[in-house]
Every structure is written in structure tokens, then in C-alpha cells.
Design a protein around this ligand. Structure first.
Ligand code: ADP
Ligand code: MG
Length: 253
């Protein structure tokens, strides 16, 4: 079953003296339960795409179907509701609220989604346990490590059982060890809970944990790799090769 369908998506940024096509007639789809990476050098259009899928920005033309909803047909209020009901986000800089504890940060997403109050605490505990941060729930973001903050952001993303998790460079600020941990967590969320994840990254290691990798250049998809039936290490080397074939240095940026 398809959860996301993008058709002929184009985004043009108008500046004073020219217009710039950040997305150029892009089409792709994601099936329910897939873990897909979008890779590309800095400036290739990854964040522009994610912002549109997140309902935070509009395209210049084209279509996005998420579930059965045509995103560009929704009113402002419907977009906000759709976001809290169906989507979750993980960002490079965690986006946790600094004046709330980890527990309160996770609970907030559930409150916004409209979960019954009496269920929220239990759900926060269960999700935190899955991510190994149950002992840190009373702490504030500045009292825990970057890796732990990102696990909290994952817990917040996961707690609401979203249809789709959109992650923009989630490992970008993490050291190697925390990166590995986070990728293992995302993989197991995908495998055991069937969570659909779209991961935007310029990190070949991160992409090598996904089932499918789409390569983006100048706002277009120029290649696609299916990593099924091969080890993570094999995928990693293939990704490096394909990045090299693009003729840029994205894998070292
Ligand atoms: P990525 O996330 O892959 O690094 P972006 O989607 O952020 O790429 O940007 C794609 C291209 O669009 C870049 O060339 C960038 O300079 C341009 N761009 C992004 N946002 C704007 C904007 N608000 N106005 C004008 N140009 C923009
Ligand atoms: Mg970006």
C-alpha cells in the first residue's frame, strides 16, 4: 500500500534577479512500512522537499498525496491538524523545548494529538523504555547528551504512532557512537512497529541502514538503490560509489 505519492513536484524560488528551480518535476512514492533515504549534496533540494511533505511549505506545481489527502487542497487549519495527527519529525538540532523535561516533551506531542490524558503517562513511559531513556525522563534537555536528546526526539516522534516519520539529517550533530545507536533504533522502529520513515541525509552510513536510497541532484532524482538482500556494509560501499558517480563530493561534505 502506498502511503506517499509525489507527482511532478516543482518548486521555484523567486529572488530579486532570477528564479531558481530547487525541485524539478520530481515524482516518487513510498509504501507503508518502508524505510527510505534521500541522499544528495548540500543544495540539491532535500530540505525543500521535506518542508513541502511536512505541510510547512507549498510547491510551485505538482501533487502530494499523503494517505488519501491531497496536501495542497487542505486549508491552513486542516494542514495543522493533519500534521499533528499523521506526521512526526526528527531534526538535526533535536527541536526539544528547553524549559520542559524529556517526559513533558514527549507528552506534549500526545496532548497535541488529542490522546486521553489518563493514557499519556503510560504511553510516555513505554516509548521511553523502547529508546532506553526511561531513567532520564525527569531531566531537562540541557542535562543530557546529544545522543540522548535525539533519542528523546525519536520517542516524541514514535509515541503518537504516526503514519510517516520525516527525518532531516537526524544524525548530523551526533558523534559516531550516537549515530550508530540512533540508526539502530530507527531500523528497529521500522522493523518491529512497521513505522514508515523517510530519512534525508548526506551521510552514506545513515543511508546504508535504509531499504531504498534515492539520489538527488539539482532537484531531480538521478538514481535509486535497493539494498534488500545485502549487508549494511555492502550497501555503504555501493552508496559511496553512486555518490562518486554523481560527480560530487557529497559523501565527504
Ligand atoms: P539541501 O537541503 O539539499 O541542502 P535545500 O532544499 O535547502 O537543499 O536548497 C536547495 C536549493 O534551493 C539551494 O540552492 C538553496 O540555495 C535554494 N533555496 C533554499 N531555500 C531558498 C529560499 N528560501 N530562497 C531562495 N533559494 C532557496
Ligand atoms: Mg538541508
Amino acid at each position: 500500500m502506498r502511503i506517499l505519492e509525489v507527482k511532478n513536484l516543482t518548486k521555484t524560488y523567486e529572488t530579486d534577479d532570477n528564479h531558481y528551480k530547487a525541485l524539478d518535476n520530481l515524482s516518487f512514492s513510498v509504501r507503508k512500512g518502508e524505510f527510505v533515504a534521500i541522499m544528495g549534496a548540500s543544495g540539491s533540494g532535500k530540505s525543500t522537499l521535506l518542508n513541502i511533505l511536512s505541510t510547512l511549505d507549498f510547491a510551485s506545481s505538482g501533487l502530494v498525496l499523503l494517505g488519501n489527502e491531497d496536501l495542497f487542497q487542505l486549508s491552513e487549519k486542516q494542514r495543522a491538524d493533519f500534521r499533528s495527527q499523521h506526521l512526526s519529525f526528527i531534526f538535526q538540532n533535536y527541536n526539544l523545548l528547553g524549559n520542559l523535561t524529556l517526559q513533558e516533551n514527549i507528552a506534549l506531542a500526545l496532548t497535541v494529538k488529542g490522546h486521553p490524558k489518563q493514557e499519556i503517562y503510560q504511553l510516555v513511559l513505554e516509548t521511553a523504555a523502547k529508546l532506553g531513556i526511561e531513567k532520564l525522563l525527569a531531566k531537562y534537555p540541557h542535562q543530557v547528551s546529544g545522543g540522548q536528546r535525539q533519542r528523546c526526539a525519536c520517542a516524541r516522534a514514535l509515541a503518537t504512532s504516526p503514519d510517516l516519520i520525516l527525518a532531516d539529517e537526524p544524525t548530523g550533530a551526533l558523534d559516531t557512537q550516537s549515530t550508530k545507536q540512533l540508526l539502530t533504533i530507527l531500523e528497529s522502529m521500522n522493523e518491529t512497529l512497521g513505522t514508515t520513515i523517510l530519512l534525508v541525509t548526506h551521510d552514506a552510513i545513515a543511508a546504508s541502514h535504509c531499504q531504498r536510497v534515492l539520489f538527488m541532484q539539482d532537484g531531480q532524482f538521478v538514481n535509486e538503490l535497493h539494498t534488500k538482500d545485502q549487508t549494511q556494509k555492502e550497501s555503504f560501499h555501493q552508496i559511496l560509489e553512486l555518490m562518486g558517480a554523481l560527480g560530487d563530493d557529497a559523501h565527504v561534505s
